[in-house]
Design a protein around this ligand. Structure first.
Ligand code: ADP
Length: 156
């Protein structure tokens, strides 16, 4: 029984995130997609909306569950009996931050391992921030995010 936890802001979820989740779901018994409640980071969608969108997009994956959390990730992972943290890597620019976070988490919880999924080339330039900017100026995001998310971006 291997439970992995994939934490992130998912503001909103993109096809890049979905790709990581689906690949992780093939490797682990259970994948918990954990949406961070981070009051310091201004988000476009509320925590509830972010969770809702993920649930809608992942309803077909039986071993994937979507939850939200606040506080320390390692505490949450322990509570959920997950000893793997999944993160994605797009470009070298992700590395610094991810490296720091993985080492900090390992310092606090040596029993929890962080595993990185290399992005698919199709999604290597895809980020939630770009999606929000494109949508803000009326651009087409239909190839970047799931249908339900594209719809929400139009409404918001
Ligand atoms: P955070 O605010 O914690 O960085 P994000 O929701 O932006 O949360 O991203 C969550 C994780 O998914 C991060 O590890 C990020 O590098 C990864 N990620 C984001 N977009 C992609 C993508 N297009 N391909 C692969 N991984 C990605």
């Amino acid at each position: 029984m291997k439970t992995a936890i994939y934490p992130g802001s998912f503001d909103p979820v993109t096809n890049g995130h979905i790709d990581v989740i689906e690949r992780a779901a093939k490797l682990f018994t259970k994948v918990i997609v954990a949406v961070i409640r981070n009051p310091e980071k201004k988000s476009r969608f509320t925590l509830e909306q972010r969770v809702e969108m993920l649930k809608e997009c992942l309803s077909g994956d039986k071993n994937v569950i979507v939850e939200s959390f606040d506080g320390l990730l390692v505490d949450y992972a322990r509570k959920k009996k997950a000893n793997i943290i999944v993160r994605g890597l797009r470009a070298v620019s992700d590395f610094d931050y991810e490296f720091q976070m993985a080492l900090t988490n390992r310092k606090m919880a040596p029993d929890i391992e962080t595993l990185f999924f290399m992005t698919d080339y199709k999604y290597s330039y895809l980020s939630s921030s770009f999606v929000k900017q494109i949508a803000h100026f009326g651009g087409d995001v239909s190839e970047l995010v799931p249908k339900a998310v594209a719809q929400k971006l139009k409404e918001a």
